[in-house]
Design a protein around this ligand. Structure first.
Ligand SMILES: Nc1ncnc2c1ncn2[C@@H]1O[C@H](COP(=O)(O)OP(=O)(O)OP(=O)(O)O)[C@@H](O)[C@H]1O
Ligand SMILES: [Mg+2]
Length: 311
């Protein structure tokens, strides 16, 4: 009967999408994937729900997901409401004691708990933890002028390993502590890289509020689909990057150099972008590779041998 035809084609289409996911599911099963969830990509509640669904789906097919979250805009909001002024240098927020308190309250108290709640609607999976918990992130001050902005000194991945072994989804707030217990506010991209390195992650995805690295930040159509580390460095020194993209680009470089096989910046404001990136043939965002042909080929990330045609 003719009126069944569109229904059948929809069903066939749905089935095809699931089948298309199969090789990716098999490939990522049992692998560690670190997802950095940017504060700018979580301002819409519908998106946050979809993010949670994606993370739970990844978890359900056997991927060991670790979420590292930011919260720049949310920290900015509360600072504004409290009348505390903020200043940025090279994309990092100068952090005095009052700002550190606010960053901590927002990251651990609000953003983390909201992500955890959204995931746990689907089952008792997510556990929120800060870098201070179980000595996860040891930090030291980055620069005297930046106050309590920290740099990662070391990551003790034991708590994450244990949570993953028990099939939990760790959700990490990027507050670190030094040996005396002093807390530091650390850029979330930097922490995501350090965690991915310590966990020997297969994949590191930075979800942000733009499609990826743009050749010209004013031109949203100037997306760079694939770029090498030397080319990112060249962009950094030419001034093509500003604000939060400066630490993010550095974090990408560090991750690639630390041997994370697959490093991508993707647009977290696209519904279900994680599923698109992981489980479909569609290419999304910017992939960062070492640019060393031998290394890229060995890692299977060279665009020419990539399984994703447009990368
Ligand atoms: N060349 C560039 N390409 C893409 N984005 C750029 C570029 N230069 C600067 N940016 C800016 O970097 C921003 C992304 O970094 P930002 O730190 O603001 O977000 P985030 O890291 O996703 O969130 P959070 O800091 O809360 O974790 C973009 O919104 C964009 O305005
Ligand atoms: Mg940022």
């Amino acid at each position: 009967v003719s009126h069944h035809a569109p229904e059948e084609s929809t069903a066939a289409h749905r089935a095809r999408i699931l089948v298309e996911a199969l090789p990716y599911i098999r490939r990522f099963r049992g692998q560690i994937v670190v997802v950095k969830y940017g504060g700018n990509a979580m301002t819409d509640p519908a998106l946050s729900q979809q993010f949670a669904e994606d993370v739970v789906l990844m978890h359900s097919v056997g991927i060991h997901v670790v979420v590292v979250h930011g919260g720049g805009p949310q920290i900015g909001d509360l600072l504004g409401r409290l009348g505390i002024k903020s200043e940025f240098r090279d994309g990092l927020r100068v952090t005095d004691a009052a700002t550190l308190d606010v960053a901590r309250m927002v990251l651990e108290g609000k953003v983390s708990s909201e992500i955890v709640s959204a995931i746990n609607v689907h089952g008792p999976h997510a556990v929120g933890l800060s870098g201070a918990d179980a000595g996860l992130i040891r930090a030291h001050p980055r620069h005297p002028e930046l106050g309590f902005v920290g740099d990662v000194e070391s990551v003790n991945p034991r708590i994450i390993e244990r949570l993953l072994a028990e099939e939990f989804i760790p959700v990490i707030s990027t507050i670190g502590a030094d040996e005396r217990g002093q807390a530091y506010n650390i850029n979330a991209d930097t922490v995501a890289t350090a965690v991915a390195q310590a966990m020997r992650a297969e994949k590191l995805l930075y979800l942000t509020d733009v499609d990826g690295l743009l050749a010209d930040v004013e031109d949203r159509s100037s997306l760079i689909r694939s770029i090498t580390v030397p080319a990112v460095r060249a962009m950094m020194s030419s001034g093509a990057l500003s604000g939060g993209m400066i630490p993010k680009a550095q974090a990408c470089i560090d991750a690639v150099e630390a041997g994370v096989r697959s490093v991508h910046m993707i647009n977290g404001t696209i519904p279900h972008v994680l599923l698109l990136e992981l489980f479909t043939d569609e290419g999304v965002g910017t992939m960062i590779t070492s640019g060393d042909a031998a290394a890229d080929a060995m890692l299977g990330t060279a665009p020419s041998i990539s399984e994703k045609a447009n990368r």
